[in-house]
Design a protein. Structure first.
Length: 490
């Protein structure tokens, strides 16, 4: 049986809750310590005063010492009275609390004979008991905190980390992307339709080399051939907002030219891209310089200057570095609202278009992008509106020829898995003066997850790029990805 409080009226001990007992004992010990300290001060001052009286002093000095001693004795007496009053007040209060805590409580039984839920008085008692124990413990901690020297040094909380990279961290991120589709058309004899096709099989390696640069490699199997679609090192932390890329990469011309096939918004590239840049788009081996200037138009601006080998035999000659292709691109970005943004880009590229290097071609482009996605419902709602206009000026032995084309598409997100869209195309044919083609392509996408999606698309063309006949085709496409390189867009 545990006792902690002495009842002065009944001259016997009473039980208390353990938390209250401990807090009360700590408070009583603290008060006793203060009384002992006061008495010790009086005892210590007594001999000092007696020794002082033995010295030859003047009457004024003796009176002054006597006054100080009397003042100290009065302060000690007042302290003792205050401690006694505090002790009596806390003792009376604790006795009342003990009487309330130890009073017998009636337990009510319900119809099933089980103990009923605690009454409000019991609940209040438990809460009050906990609060009292916490308050007394806090009072006990205050003298200890006050006694702690302010100049005590803080504990050394520094942590040391080993910056050595283990073999796992040295391994690059490896991912695989697949693009498989089937196409059916209302004609025969064309090896590109009425069959299933492996559009692209891509293996990607990506890793930071050090705090200043990173490297990427994208190996692609297409039409039975394996090659490096992109392979470059990229310095992204140069001073002045500069960045340098060296290797093989897809040129920053327009918007969709930079995207890999598995990241395209439709099954195929727009007609204008295929007519002016070819099926593979504009890419080459060279160097790229990017710059983030101070904002001058919109909320974000970036400028690219790229010099690459001439590997494109549709827009240019394909002669290699003897006649390099120079590409310029500038982009401007605006945040119109928390859910809407607008982007405007300008592009230019130039290179020779004949084997002798006597004639030159210029490509100009402007791309726009409007995106809407409410932050609270981004998983269920969204709209993307994107378009691009291209103009080509080509020098020929019989004069200069100009052609233009463009596309516009809109994709509407209907929910977390479904989206629908429509793309419109128009382009003049650079190699066939006076000829043009237009087309419409409605499509629907179903996302199984972030790593796999299914696309259905119907495409109508007023004619084919190669032959003067209408083009009707239906495609089913499956795109999947393993690893961190998902459906990446630039």
């Amino acid at each position: 049986m545990m006792y902690c409080v002495w009842n002065r009226t009944s001259r016997r001990r009473r039980n208390s809750a353990p938390g209250v007992c401990r807090a009360y004992r700590r408070g009583r010990a603290r008060r006793r310590g203060l009384v002992v300290a006061g008495v010790a001060a009086v005892v210590w001052l007594g001999p000092q005063t007696a020794h002082a009286e033995q010295q030859p002093t003047t009457l004024a000095q003796q009176q002054s010492d006597a006054e100080r001693i009397a003042a100290l004795e009065a302060r000690v007496a007042a302290l003792e009275r205050s401690l006694r009053q505090t002790n009596e007040r806390f003792g009376t209060r604790l006795e009342e609390l003990e009487q309330r805590l130890m009073a017998p409580q009636e337990v009510q039984l319900d119809a099933a004979g089980q103990a009923a839920a605690p009454t409000l008085e019991n609940a209040e008692r438990d809460v009050f008991q906990d609060e009292l124990a916490r308050a007394l413990a806090a009072l006990e901690d205050q003298p200890e905190q006050a006694a702690t020297p302010a100049s005590a040094p803080a504990a050394d909380d520094r942590q040391f980390t080993d910056r050595a990279r283990n073999m796992r961290e040295l391994n690059p991120e490896i991912s695989v992307s697949g693009d498989v589709f089937g196409t059916w058309a209302d004609r025969s004899g064309d090896p590109t339709v009425n069959r299933f096709t492996l559009g692209e099989f891509e293996v990607a390696f990506q890793a930071p080399l050090d705090p200043f640069s990173q490297a990427r490699a994208f190996l692609v199997e297409e039409d039975g051939k394996v090659g490096a679609e992109e392979l470059y090192i990229d310095w992204t932390t140069l001073p002045g907002g500069l960045g340098v890329k060296f290797g093989r990469f897809r040129n920053d011309f327009g918007k969709l030219n930079r995207w890999h096939n598995h990241a395209l918004p439709q099954v195929d590239r727009p007609l204008a891209h295929r007519a002016f840049l070819g099926e593979g788009g504009l890419a080459g081996l060279g160097v790229s310089l990017s710059w983030l200037p101070p904002t001058f138009l919109g909320d974000y601006n970036e400028l690219w200057v790229q010099v690459t080998n001439d590997d494109n035999d549709v827009a240019f000659s394909g002669r290699g570095f003897d006649t390099p292709v120079i590409t310029l691109h500038e982009t401007n970005y605006w945040d119109l609202s928390p859910s809407t943004y607008f982007e405007l880009g300008l592009s230019a590229a130039t290179g020779v278009n004949d084997a002798d290097g006597r004639f030159r071609s210029w490509l100009l482009g402007a791309d726009v992008n409007l995106g809407w996605s409410p932050p609270a419902e981004a998983r269920y709602k969204g709209l993307e509106l994107r378009g691009e206009v291209l103009y080509e000026r080509r020098e020929m032995p019989d004069g200069t020829r100009g052609s233009w084309g463009g596309y516009l598409y809109a994709t509407r997100k209907l929910g977390p898995r479904w989206s629908i869209g429509l793309r419109g195309d128009f382009t003049e044919l650079p190699d066939q003066p006076g000829e043009s083609v237009w087309g419409l392509s409605p499509y629907a996408e179903w996302w199984q997850s972030e790593w796999a999606k299914l696309r259905f698309q119907y495409s109508y063309g007023s004619r084919r790029l190669e032959e003067d006949e209408r083009d009707n085709r239906f495609s089913i496409q499956v795109i999947w990805a393993l690893g961190p390189h998902k459906h990446e867009k630039y």
